[in-house]
Design a protein around this ligand. Structure first.
Ligand SMILES: *Cc1c(COP(=O)(O)O)cnc(C)c1O
Length: 349
């Protein structure tokens, strides 16, 4: 597939900017798995401070960050509570059960956000040997399939308190944590302080080619290193990629506000196109879900027709998902809206 002119499929579609490529080219490197790569060490120090934890670890992907955290926190037979829409429950090949032997139970949250009452109602009696042992609560911030929903700090606080009251650990899947930080003005460290482990993805809105950083206590990171080694996540001259991460932390966080403004612009535009609908009040960060149920079109036929016009969108569960990011300008949003409006005046072939 050739590169679409306007790529709203996902914020994973960003490509490194010339300045990021220059930082990659200039990176000092060494052997990452011997802690001898200076660029990785710098990134880990930055990430630990950013996320408010003792130490951090550089990983090839966010999926590995989730799975390693789960492997450290859970034993076979343990149970993880998360929202029913969570990435760990739906999009990681049943990794928690396949790798850690842990059962994942989905809570009935609202667009990816569940409550302390949901946790309290679901936690099992530790004395009951028939039941799984509830061990971990996993929060996804922002909630991807929820539509980029932002967890406010008080919501995390309430859930974390319920977790601690029941002897549970708290993990945050912060693939898009910095979107939540920019949307709320709450620091990443404030979220981090409520969690036993927390990570953020470098390869989503932050615009790096690959990578994620996972943070926790020194003991947690020591144990995480055993799993990183076992799973083949220990690297060599990874400083090339770590340098892109440090570059992104310095230059690509504040600009996430532009992505949020473009998502708002898109949502408002969609709402005025006959046949399309969008709950503007549900657009909290950089993800927009578009409802086509009032049109002669389906999500799939719209995506196919828009692809022919050079605009890539994603069909997801009967709706269209559009994600704004570094490589999507305001002019591109207007152009995408123009094509959508034109398309809705026609009928599918
Ligand atoms: C993308 C994503 C992941 C996985 O991250 P990768 O870097 O793609 O492996 C995990 N959780 C959420 C919420 C995500 O959006």
């Amino acid at each position: 597939m050739s590169q679409p002119r306007i790529n709203l499929f996902s914020d994973t579609q960003t490509r490194p900017t010339p300045a990021m490529r220059a930082a990659i080219a200039a990176a000092e490197v060494g052997d990452e798995q011997s802690f001898a790569d200076p660029s990785v060490n710098v990134l880990c120090t930055q990430a630990a401070a950013l996320l408010g934890h003792e130490r951090a670890m550089f990983l090839p992907s966010g999926t590995m960050a989730n799975e390693i955290a789960i492997l450290v926190h859970c034993r076979p037979g343990d149970e993880i509570l998360c929202d029913r829409s969570a990435h760990i429950l739906n999009l990681e090949g049943a990794g928690p059960s396949a790798l850690a032997g842990a059962q994942v139970t989905g809570l009935p949250g609202e667009r990816g956000v569940f409550t302390a009452a949901d946790v309290a109602a679901s936690v099992r009696d530790p004395a009951n040997r028939y039941a799984p042992q509830t061990r971990l609560v996993a929060i996804e911030n922002t909630a991807n399939l929820g539509g980029g929903t932002v967890w406010r700090l008080d919501q995390v606080e309430a859930v974390a308190t319920a977790a601690r009251d029941n002897g549970l650990l708290v993990h945050m899947d912060g693939a898009r944590l910095m979107n939540a930080v920019v949307a709320t003005g709450t620091s990443a460290a404030s979220y981090g302080a409520l969690c036993d482990s927390i990570w953020l993805d470098l390869s989503k809105g932050l615009g790096c080619p690959i990578g994620a950083v996972l943070a926790g206590s020194a003991d947690f990171i020591d144990e995480a290193w055993r799993w990183k080694q076992r799973l083949g996540g220990a690297m060599r001259q990874a400083g090339m990629m770590a340098a892109s991460g440090s570059y992104a932390l310095a230059h690509h966080i504040a600009r996430l506000a532009d992505d949020h403004a473009n998502a708002q612009r898109l949502a408002h535009g969609i709402a005025s196109i006959p046949g399309l609908a969008c709950r503007i009040e549900h657009v909290e960060s950089n993800i927009v879900f578009i409802d086509v149920s009032a049109a002669a079109w389906t999500a799939e036929t719209v995506c196919a027709a828009m692809a022919e016009r050079g605009v890539r969108l994603g069909a997801m569960g009967g709706r269209i998902r559009a994600v704004t990011h570094l490589d999507v300008s305001t002019a591109m949003i207007d152009e995408a809206l123009h094509h959508l409006a034109e398309l809705m005046e026609t009928t599918p072939r």
